[in-house]
Write a protein that binds this ligand. Structure first.
Ligand code: MG
Length: 166
């Protein structure tokens, strides 16, 4: 039987000065050198995406796979973390049908970067960019995100199991 699995992911990181701002594997130029704090590179969108993939197959979460107490993952490239998940034998035969995501950020303005972010995520999954949706919104000035202290991301993925011959 061909299988379909849905997965959901959420993440939030604090903003701080003197950090790179990476979203979906794309470096974003931000005023005042603000970027995302984290044990890894802080790519909140890729973390949500990775958790969505793990969730689809009930394989735990990104914190279990790549503990922030492990020095190996200090400053880690989040693209590499996602690649490691996708290369896991338990993911073999599963392909991304589509991915939808939302980045919630009061600053900086992300709309101009969305095409590049979609391309970056599509390349990581090896699928056409039409399968990747990235939406950006503010938090209407409310709470820590609206105050510009953090950026959050949500992602949903649908995976399908490819039929294996024989
Ligand atoms: Mg994270």
């Amino acid at each position: 039987m061909n299988g379909l699995r849905i997965g959901q992911g959420y993440d939030i990181h604090r903003l701080a000065t003197g950090r790179r701002l990476l979203l979906g594997g794309v470096e974003i130029a931000a005023p005042d050198n603000i970027g995302l704090l984290g044990h890894s590179d802080g790519d909140v969108l890729l973390h949500a995406v990775t958790d969505a993939v793990l969730g689809a197959l009930a394989l735990g979460d990104i914190g279990q796979w790549f503990p922030d107490t492990d020095a190996e993952f200090a400053g880690a490239d989040s693209r590499e973390l996602l690649r490691r998940v996708l290369a896991d034998p338990r993911l073999e035969g599963w392909r991304l049908v589509n991915l939808d995501s939302t980045v919630i950020a009061q600053r900086p303005r992300l709309a101009p970067m969305i095409p590049a972010i979609r391309e970056s995520i599509a390349a990581l999954f090896g699928v056409p960019v039409e399968r990747i949706s990235v939406k950006a919104k503010t938090n209407e000035g409310l709470d820590a995100i609206g105050n510009g202290e953090a950026i959050a991301a949500q992602a949903v993925v649908l995976l399908e199991r490819l039929k294996v011959d024989g």
